[in-house]
Ligand binder design. Structure first.
Ligand SMILES: [Zn+2]
Length: 258
């Protein structure tokens, strides 16, 4: 079973393994995703996919519906909070915008007639990323994905060396609800927006996924491997939940359709 770090660029997701297949169920006009498992209580969560309900295997549907209905006000508050958070993380791409990419300052330039993104050093030791005028948002993602991949591959190799495991294939992705995932078959996948967080946070996610190469679960043994790679992980994990909520979403110059 693939183990995944369920943290969301736009949400404070819990790190957990999915327990059963999900399905969408209507409840008094409010649809939710139902995850049944061996748990004893019902839990509600609002994420990018909408409302998620975790319920015991045999709890009748009408009881679950009633639970969701009874928490309508709470759900509305979560939806509103998520909307505000999303608005506050929007960044319009303009010439001169500066970003921190894996801890290095990067200044953006947008030029007419440039076909693809190009990196250039500046006099102050920072980087300048030149983006084409046509679709700079996509070009920025392309450039950051490439830079992130190189960095991730280096960190994965280092952590694998420490744990004595073979270096897997590393890919950069854009999963909706997870910063990273790891499976024996397809290797390690990491979200490109980790490049926009502090490097120690990105490195915690890399260490977390590498530790899954030894333990495909979140057992004590798994966390002891994480500790070996990243002793400060409890604090970093908390910071990732907090700071991950504010990772930017980019809009084209002149505003998007959001
Ligand atoms: Zn995990």
């Amino acid at each position: 079973m693939p183990a995944e770090l369920k943290v969301n660029p736009h949400a404070s997701g819990e790190d957990a393994l999915p327990s059963s297949a999900a399905r969408v169920a209507p409840a008094g006009g409010r649809a939710y995703r139902l995850l049944r498992s061996a748990r004893r209580t019902v839990a509600l969560q609002v994420d990018d996919t909408g409302i998620v309900v975790r319920a015991p295997q045999r709890m009748p549907r009408h009881q679950i519906d009633a639970f969701v209905d009874a928490h309508g006000a709470w759900i509305e508050r979560q939806v509103q909070r998520r909307r505000e958070r999303r608005l506050s993380s929007l960044r319009t791409l303009v010439r001169g915008l500066s970003l921190s990419v894996l801890g290095r300052p990067v200044m953006l330039d947008i030029q007419d007639g440039v076909r693809r993104p190009r990196w250039r050093g500046d006099a102050a030791g920072g980087d300048v990323l030149v983006l084409p005028d046509a679709d700079p948002v996509r070009a920025l993602e392309t450039a950051l994905r490439a830079r992130a991949l190189t960095w991730f591959e280096g960190r994965v190799a280092e952590h694998c060396h420490v744990l004595g495991v073979a270096v897997p294939v590393v890919r950069v992705g854009a999963a909706r609800t997870r910063w990273g995932s790891c499976s024996q078959r397809s290797g390690i996948r990491l979200h490109w927006k980790l490049a926009l967080l502090a490097p120690e946070l990105a490195d915690y996610v890399v260490a977390h996924e590498v530790a899954h190469l030894r333990e495909m679960n979140h057992s004590e043994r798994f966390w002891s491997h994480v500790s070996t790679l990243c002793p400060d992980w409890p604090a970093l994990r908390k910071r990732l939940r907090r700071e991950g909520e504010h990772v930017p979403t980019f809009l084209p110059p002149g505003g998007g359709d959001c």
